[in-house]
Design a protein around this ligand. Structure first.
Ligand code: UFG
Length: 342
C-alpha cells in the first residue's frame, strides 16, 4: 500500500515509517522538520512541507498515488499548549483540516490519526475505556478532541474511514538503538531520567509527591513506540480492507493504546536505576500544573478490533530499549546530522 505519513520525522512517526516500510508498504514522509529529525527517516521518500500548504499536500498525495494517510504532524506538549494555544489550534486543528481537504480534493479517504489520552482530561475511573467522557483540560487535549470530531463529521458527510488512536505515554526506542526519542527541550520523564544516568543532568525533579496514589507520585501507562507503530499498521489494514470502511461504525475506531499497567514516577526512576546501574539522584519539587494523578488504559477494544497485543508488557523491557538509544546517541540525532537541501 502507498502511505503518506505526516510528521513522519518525529518520535512515534519515524518508528511507524520504519515499521510500515519493513513490512512492505511504500511510505512517503511529509514533515516540516519544525520538531522532527531529517536523520530519522530515509532520504528518498521525504517531502519537506507544511500542513497548511494545500498545494504541496495535494501534489504529495496525487503524484505518489497515495491510498491512505497516517497523520502524526502536530504539536504535543501540554504545558506549551497552555502558554501558546495559537500554536496548537493552528498546527493541530487548522493543519489537520487542511490535510483532510487535500485528501478530499484528490479522493483519498482513509486516515489513521494520532490522538492522545489527553482527550479524557482527568478521568475519575481507572482504567480508562473509550466510553468515558471526553473532557480535555488543556488546549493540546482540546485540539486533538476537535480533530476527532472533524474526522467523525467527515466520515458521515464524505465517507472518510478513520481510526483515532489515543496513546498513553509513548516510550522506548527501536531495539537496534538506531531510532529513539529526541525532543528539544526534553520534557518527558524517561528521557530526562536517562539523561541524569548519562551525567547530562544532575538530578531528576519529581513533580509532586502528594497525589492520592500509593507513593504520592503520578501514575502513567508507558507503551512502547514499536507497539504503537504496530497498532497503526493494524488500523491501516482494517481501514483498507475492501468493503470494511462503510461497515465499521465510527465510534469503534476511537481506540486507547496502553499496556494496561501503571507505574508511578518513583517506580519509573527505580526501573531506570536498575536498567542503567546508575544511582540517579532524585528530589521532590512542586506539582506540574495540569498533571492528572493517574492515567492507565483499558485497551481491550484495540486488542479485539485490531488484534493488537503489546509485545513490551513491562517497563523494564521498554526502558532497556530507551537506554540503548540514549547511551549510543547521547546527543540524540545531532551527531547523525547530514547537510540536506530542502
Ligand atoms: N515528571 C516528573 N519530572 C519530570 C518530567 C515528568 O516528575 O522532569 C512526571 C510528570 O509530572 C508526569 C510523569 O512524570 O506525572 C510523566 O510525564 P511526561 O511529561 O513524561 O508525560 P505526560 O504524562 O505529561 O504526557 C503524556 C504525553 C502527552 C499527553 C499526556 C496526556 O507525552 O503528549 O501524556 O496526559 F498529552
Amino acid at each position: 500500500m502507498k502511505v503518506l505519513v505526516t510528521g513522519g520525522a518525529g518520535y512515534v512517526g519515524s518508528h511507524t515509517v520504519r515499521w510500515l516500510s519493513q513490512r512492505g508498504d511504500r511510505v512517503w514522509i511529509y514533515d516540516d522538520l519544525s520538531r522532527g529529525h531529517r536523520e530519522a527517516v530515509p532520504a528518498d521518500q521525504f517531502i519537506k512541507g507544511d500542513l497548511l500548504d494545500a498545494n504541496k499536500l495535494e501534489a504529495a498525495l496525487f503524484e505518489n498515488g497515495i491510498e491512505a494517510v497516517v497523520h502524526f504532524a502536530g504539536a504535543s506538549l501540554v504545558g506549551e499548549s497552555v502558554e501558546r494555544p495559537d500554536i496548537y489550534y493552528r498546527n493541530n486543528v487548522a493543519g489537520s483540516l487542511s490535510l483532510l481537504e487535500a485528501m478530499r480534493a484528490v479522493g483519498v479517504t482513509r486516515i489513521v490519526f494520532s490522538s492522545t489520552t489527553a482527550v479524557y482530561g482527568t478521568p475519575e475511573m481507572m482504567p480508562i475505556t473509550e466510553s468515558l467522557p471526553l473532557a480535555p483540560i488543556n488546549p493540546y487535549g482540546f485540539s486533538k478532541r476537535c480533530v476527532e470530531q472533524i474526522l467523525a463529521d467527515y466520515q458521515s458527510a464524505y465517507g472518510f474511514s478513520f481510526a483515532a488512536l489515543r496513546y498513553f505515554n509513548a516510550a522506548g526506542a527501536s531495539p537496534d538503538g538506531d531510532l529513539g526519542e529526541d525532543h528539544t527541550p526534553e520534557s518527558h520523564l524517561i528521557p530526562i531520567v536517562l539523561q541524569v544516568a548519562l551525567g547530562q543532568r544532575e538530578q531528576i525533579v519529581i513533580f509532586g509527591d502528594d497525589y492520592q496514589t500509593p507513593d504520592g507520585t503520578c501514575i502513567r501507562d508507558y507503551v512502547h513506540v514499536d507497539d504503537l507503530a504496530a497498532a497503526h499498521q493494524a488500523a491501516l489494514s482494517i481501514l483498507c480492507s475492501p468493503g470494511d470502511s462503510q461497515a465499521v461504525a465510527p465510534q469503534k475506531l476511537f481506540m486507547n493504546l496502553g499496556i494496561g499497567r501503571g507505574y508511578s514516577v518513583r517506580e519509573v526512576i527505580d526501573v531506570c536505576r536498575a536498567v542503567t546501574g546508575h544511582e540517579i539522584p532524585a528530589v521532590v519539587g512542586p506539582r506540574r500544573p495540569g498533571d492528572p494523578p493517574e492515567l492507565v488504559a483499558n485497551s481491550s477494544l484495540a486488542q479485539r478490533e485490531l488484534n493488537w497485543q503489546p509485545k513490551y508488557t513491562s517497563l523494564e523491557s521498554i526502558v532497556e530499549t530507551a537506554w540503548r538509544w540514549h547511551s549510543q546517541h547521547p546527543n540524540g540525532f545531532a551527531e547523525d546530522k547530514v547537510s540536506v537541501e530542502s
